[in-house]
Design a protein around this ligand. Structure first.
Ligand code: COA
Length: 297
């Protein structure tokens, strides 16, 4: 699909994306690049990074890949520094690296819980921490705010509760807290905007194939208000909106991009039935009011 944004929406910006070599992260890398940004991607798998960088470069996007694990502070520091060395600055940090697997709370070991917290929550904070010195100076010009931008990829699981996802729910709740607290502190002190995106079920991603069996996957459509799975493009457009000047007054928000799925509940009564039920119930209550008789008031 064609982007509704101008091709120079991120012109001159330098973005570093963790988990930017595959899935949603790669689509955001691609769209940022197509809209003028230079793109550095960080990931653990060299072959994934190499393929992603070649694909970006074949689109004419200045791109570079750096191996690293967000759980290691020395990796975070090295990759942030290498990005700045390569492109001269850093304007945008996208924290997309995440770990996930389905497991019941009963079967999850504390180390399994900790592993996901370490990648998603601590990893996000570590990247922000290492990038701060550069983001303070980033994002200058084109009417945008003074500093750079951080975009945290979250989820909607923890808005209510999610089966077999206690570790990810806890980790993403922490990510949302980071988004708000950094937006407050670094927005005030350095004009750095910190926002998040909470994807729902997005077709054709490692998340959906790893977490949702095919037969359930097709049922998801029945519960989704907009009645379809999302696409990586939907996520990337939301990221562009938040990263571009269109989002320059948005700070501390996590935008759910899920077609309204997190709000959904099974319909307990048909639309026609509810009219009938509601009118009948109203008539009944007028005919026989309960409680204190009006003559005694
Ligand atoms: N069910 C239950 N526990 C699991 C598990 C599963 N499917 N996968 C891993 N764990 C537990 C392990 O048993 C281990 O705990 P233990 O030491 O008490 O046994 C702990 O998690 C760490 O596992 P390990 O395989 O050593 O971690 P890793 O660092 O190699 O891998 C993961 C990290 C587990 C998150 C891995 O799934 C991963 O890296 N995935 C790629 C990213 C991804 O999932 N993306 C999807 C985004 S939606």
């Amino acid at each position: 699909m064609e982007s509704p944004f101008k091709a120079d929406a991120l012109k001159g910006k330098v973005a570093l994306l963790t988990g930017g070599g595959s899935g949603i992260g790669f689509e955001i890398s691609t769209q940022f690049g197509k809209h003028g940004a230079s793109v550095a991607i960080m990931g653990r798998r060299k072959n994934v990074l190499d393929d992603a960088v070649s694909a970006l470069q074949s689109l004419g996007i200045p791109a570079v890949g750096f191996e690293g694990d967000v759980r290691k502070q020395e990796d975070a520091k090295r990759v942030v520094e290498a990005t700045v060395k390569h492109f001269g600055k850093l304007d945008i940090l996208v924290n997309g690296a995440a770990g996930n697997f389905l497991v019941s709370a009963e079967d999850l070991s504390p180390n399994g819980f900790k592993t996901v917290m370490d990648i998603d929550s601590v990893g996000t904070f570590t990247m922000c921490h290492e990038a701060l010195a550069y983001l303070k100076k980033g994002g200058q010009g084109r009417g945008s705010s003074g500093g750079g931008l951080i975009l945290n990829i979250s989820a909607t699981l923890h808005y209510t509760a999610a089966w077999y996802q206690i570790h990810v729910s806890a980790a993403k709740a922490a990510v949302d807290a980071l988004t708000r607290n950094l937006a407050l502190e670094w927005g005030t002190d350095y004009d750095i905007r910190v926002n998040g995106i909470a994807p729902g079920p997005i077709g054709d991603t490692p998340g959906i194939s790893k977490l949702v069996p095919k037969e359930i996957n097709s049922k998801t459509r029945d519960y989704t208000p907009l009645y379809k799975l999302g696409t990586k493009w939907d996520l990337a457009m939301a990221a562009l909106y938040l990263a571009s000047d269109a989002g320059k007054y948005i700070n501390g928000s996590t935008l759910p991009v899920d077609g309204g799925l997190w709000l959904s509940k099974p319909r307990h009564m048909a639309k026609d039935e509810v009219k009938q039920f509601s009118r009948t119930a109203e008539k009944r209550s007028r005919a026989a009011p309960s409680g204190v008789p009006t003559s005694k008031l």
